[in-house]
Design a protein around this ligand. Structure first.
Ligand code: 13P
Length: 282
């Protein structure tokens, strides 16, 4: 069965590790992430963005996640990543997603609070936890462009935001960006510690593809409990598929190249689970 992210993140917070959250685009990526989690006995979060849900509705991805979770020996969560409207959050919720992010970070603080709280009010009665974001993670995430104005999460504002919305986890902006980095990202780990001191709920790191593993470990030591990887999984899958097609342009069975994409994703995810410290925690 799929589980919610609530207990997983609280356990991670208590024990000082992070749960890896991996964006999936198809059945093979779902299988790869869950197989990696099983091999390492790690709790795991699968997630899909709005553009992925435009490609195929939440029911398709949820069916894959459910099929994998029902057979899995580790807890598996299905999470909406960067939900960009109340309606999409409710669509995922009604389909059966077990964790919802609503991202109002590109709107005014008042509107972000109003939107996040409305999703909390809708999800909490049936025990579905909600993640929201304050500050702007850089780069382009899906349909949203980050990085305008002061992008960083203000610690005092974060405490007030959590109090006003009742959210279960908070995505913080501390210098990471979605997509591919041009140089080595500079992460404001001091700011993260300041946020941790006054915000008691689990904190989430977005834009982690391309962040050096040692920096991710430092962020986890300073309070990050959920770490998101998307871009690198897409790259790994595509690399696997392309390697087969480049070697044999007559190949016509999708199983042949998709299997290679699946294997590349699994290897990548296993390595990042070691970085997160979630291996052996399920
Ligand atoms: P990346 O683009 O760095 O993989 O970001 C993942 C993410 O934060 C998804 O929400």
């Amino acid at each position: 069965m799929l589980t919610t992210s609530k207990e997983l993140l609280l356990d991670a917070q208590k024990k000082g590790y992070a749960v890896g959250a991996f964006n999936v685009e198809n059945m093979e990526m779902v299988q790869a992430v869950v197989a990696a989690a099983e091999e390492l006995r790690a709790p795991v979060i699968l997630q899909t963005t709005p553009s992925t849900l435009r490609y195929a509705g939440p029911e398709f991805y949820l069916a894959n996640a459910k099929a994998a979770a029902e057979r899995a020996i580790v807890p598996v969560v299905m999470h909406l990543d960067h939900g960009n409207s109340f309606d999409l959050a409710m669509r995922a919720y009604r389909a059966g997603y077990t964790s919802i992010m609503i991202d109002g970070s590109h709107q005014s603080l008042e509107e972000n609070i109003r939107l996040s709280k409305s999703v909390v009010d809708a999800c909490h009665p049936s025990g579905i936890p909600v993640e929201a974001e304050l500050g702007k993670v850089g780069g382009k995430e899906d349909d949203l462009n980050g990085g305008e104005g002061n992008p960083y999460t203000d610690p005092a504002e974060a405490a007030a935001f959590v109090e006003a919305t009742g959210i279960d986890s908070l995505a913080v902006a501390i210098g990471t960006a979605h997509g591919i980095y041009k140089g080595v990202p500079k992460i404001d780990v001091e700011r993260l510690s300041q946020i941790r001191q006054i915000v008691s709920i689990p904190l989430v790191l977005h834009g982690t593809s391309g962040v050096p593993d040692e920096t991710v470990r430092e962020c986890i030591r300073r309070g990050i409990c959920k770490v998101n990887y998307a871009t690198d999984l897409r790259i790994a899958f595509s690399k696997g598929v392309c390697s087969v097609i480049f070697n044999d342009q007559q190949v016509f069975d999708p199983k042949k190249y998709n299997a290679k994409g699946r294997e590349e994703v699994k290897q990548y995810v296993m390595q990042k689970m070691q970085v997160c410290g979630c291996a052996g925690k399920a």
